[in-house]
Write a protein of this length. Structure first.
Length: 155
């Protein structure tokens, strides 16, 4: 039985009186730990910058859409009221001489004005940038950099 006592003490390992096991921090050299820390900080900073850019562009797009909607509604209401009032005056003044043509002329005029307004709106819409264009461009540059950086040594 005396032989089992020392064998048990040795099999119990370091916790039975030997040195404690090395911690995870001690197994990583300080240079690599610093490098990993800087890499994590850079990655967090890049993600934060991209998220802030996306949020800014989202707010700008929301404001542009709201402004456009307000302008379209104001223009539509004003045009409808103007059309109604001018048509009434025109028809009242010219009904005795022109009859039904007094109704047709202002209607054709307002159709032309509406067509011109829709054409201008279409031109303005084509000239605008895609939503989130700057954010998408930044993500594309980031992806290209990462692919170039990490596939360079594999070729």
């Amino acid at each position: 039985m005396s032989e089992a006592g020392p064998a048990r003490a040795e099999s119990a390992g370091p916790s039975a009186g030997g040195t404690p096991p090395p911690s995870d921090d001690a197994s990583v050299p300080p240079g690599i730990r610093d490098l990993l820390g800087r890499l994590a900080a850079s990655l967090a900073s890049a993600v934060d910058t991209r998220v802030q850019l996306a949020a800014l562009e989202f707010a700008e797009e929301r404001d542009r859409a709201r402004d456009r909607l307000v302008l379209v509604l104001v223009a539509a209401i004003a045009a409808a009221l103007a059309l109604l009032g001018l048509n009434g005056v025109f028809v009242a003044l010219l009904w005795d001489r022109l009859g039904w043509v007094a109704l047709l002329l202002p209607t054709l005029l307002w159709i032309a004005v509406a067509a011109l307004a829709f054409r201008r709106l279409a031109i303005a819409s084509r000239r605008e940038q895609r939503p989130f264009a700057a954010t998408l461009a930044e993500f594309s540059r980031d992806r290209a950099f990462i692919v170039e950086r990490f596939t360079k040594g594999r070729r």
